[in-house]
Design a protein around this ligand. Structure first.
Ligand SMILES: Cc1cc2nc3c(=O)[nH]c(=O)nc-3n(C[C@H](O)[C@H](O)[C@H](O)COP(=O)(O)OP(=O)(O)OC[C@H]3O[C@@H](n4cnc5c(N)ncnc54)[C@H](O)[C@@H]3O)c2cc1C
Length: 346
């Protein structure tokens, strides 16, 4: 059950909710389960933003991790700062995070642990599994949370980030996904949580994992990189995207991103899309090349610390959010910039 209080994302905030101190009166009744992600026995560090968000509630934080052999990764998770206990289940059925098996697994462990808050990252995994968990608990999921006001009040962007909603949930168990850029990953060392083997319902499913086709790259991960160079439709072709964007990203040690128009035109892989329907990033530097700055693109990058843009159209909306802008032809300006950066590196 929800009540929504919406305010514009810009301008003065007038709050209608009684924000109670998270660490206050109900704290002793609360307990939080942070859902961690792993792949091939490696802890996904980005999923540690769920732990950071969980610590904001001021209640004990348990972490949950499952996979083919989750014992090693559970030990790693126990070292994470803020984690009091790790609940772990080892079974190949959970390795790929299929919602059909992972959701019943979580339900059993949530009920056994008596948790009041279930928090996962707003990642492909979180977006896939948590709605099913919420449905099984008959709770309404609170998605893409950017701040926690109290144990029942959460803040999240809506309308592609053009308004901020303050949401109060009256559900007894809150099912939440959190935006990674709003909750930096918890430190992977400094904790000393205990480890407990969780219950395994071993649910039957007609869904079978067949295969995956992952893009492998030595570049920094787009979602967590400190610098991102993104290219748009202004690049005109895949050949020019590779010729212009890639060397600039190399010279900056940056991850590569792209607008949806660039992805749809085949210039870049869709795992590189930044925006409302792509990844949300907030690097130290976001460099937009030949990107107009549509609101759906801005939704994925406008929290970047420094935004720089190169565009031949001085009226392009990207310049309204850019800290640094260059009006010019990307085909001549970007190679010059790359050359200068390479000279500094030498
Ligand atoms: C529901 C929905 C979800 C969406 N989700 C996303 C999303 O997640 N991410 C996203 O990016 N978009 C998304 N979009 C699409 C979005 O609305 C825009 O269409 C898209 O962002 C435009 O991409 P672009 O800026 O590369 O292309 P364009 O808007 O075509 O802009 C190209 C820019 O390149 C400049 N340019 C051209 N030639 C040169 C040159 N030689 N030198 C310098 N500059 C040049 C032009 O001046 C122009 O500003 C979504 C749309 C919808 C409806």
């Amino acid at each position: 059950m929800f009540s929504n209080y919406i305010r514009p994302s810009l301008g003065r905030v007038s709050r209608n909710i009684h924000a109670s101190n998270p660490a206050s009166r109900h704290r002793y009744l609360l307990s939080t389960l942070a859902i961690l992600e792993q792949r091939d026995g490696q802890l996904n560090k980005a999923s540690l933003s769920a732990v950071t968000a969980a610590t904001k509630l001021g209640a004990p934080v348990h972490a949950f991790i499952a996979g083919t052999d989750a014992s090693k990764v559970a030990q790693e998770a126990a070292q994470v700062l803020g984690v009091d206990k790790v609940v772990t289940v080892s079974n190949a059925a959970y390795e790929k995070g299929l919602p059909e098996t992972f959701a019943p697994l979580l339900i059993d462990n949530i009920r056994n642990g008596g948790y009041t808050h279930i928090i996962a990252g707003h990642t492909a995994f979180g977006k896939n599994v948590m709605p099913r968990v919420a449905a099984l608990l008959d709770a309404q999921q609170i998605s893409d949370v950017i701040a926690i006001e109290s144990e029942s009040t959460f803040i999240r962007p809506i309308y592609a980030g053009n308004a901020i909603a303050t949401v109060e949930s009256l559900d007894p168990i809150k099912v939440i996904t959190v935006r990674g850029t709003a909750f930096p990953a918890a430190a992977s060392e400094g904790g000393s949580g205990s480890i407990e083997v969780g219950t395994d319902p071993n649910p039957e499913t007609s869904t079978e994992w067949i295969s995956e086709d992952l893009t492998k790259s030595d570049r920094p991960d787009l979602a967590t990189a400190g610098r991102v160079v993104s290219g748009g439709r202004g690049l005109k072709s895949k050949e020019d995207f590779d010729k212009i964007v890639v060397p600039l990203a190399d010279s900056l040690g940056a991850a590569i991103g792209a607008s949806r128009a660039a992805v749809d035109s085949g210039y870049a892989d869709n795992s590189l899309q930044v925006g409302q329907t792509g990844k949300v990033v907030a690097p130290e530097l976001y460099l937009a090349i030949g990107i107009s700055g549509a609101i759906q693109h801005l939704a994925g990058m406008k929290d970047s610390k420094v935004i720089a843009a190169i565009n031949k159209d001085s009226d392009a909306p990207i310049f309204q959010v850019a800290d640094v802008g260059l009006v010019g032809d990307l085909f001549s300006e970007v190679p010059k910039l790359t050359e200068e950066l390479n000279k500094i590196k030498e």
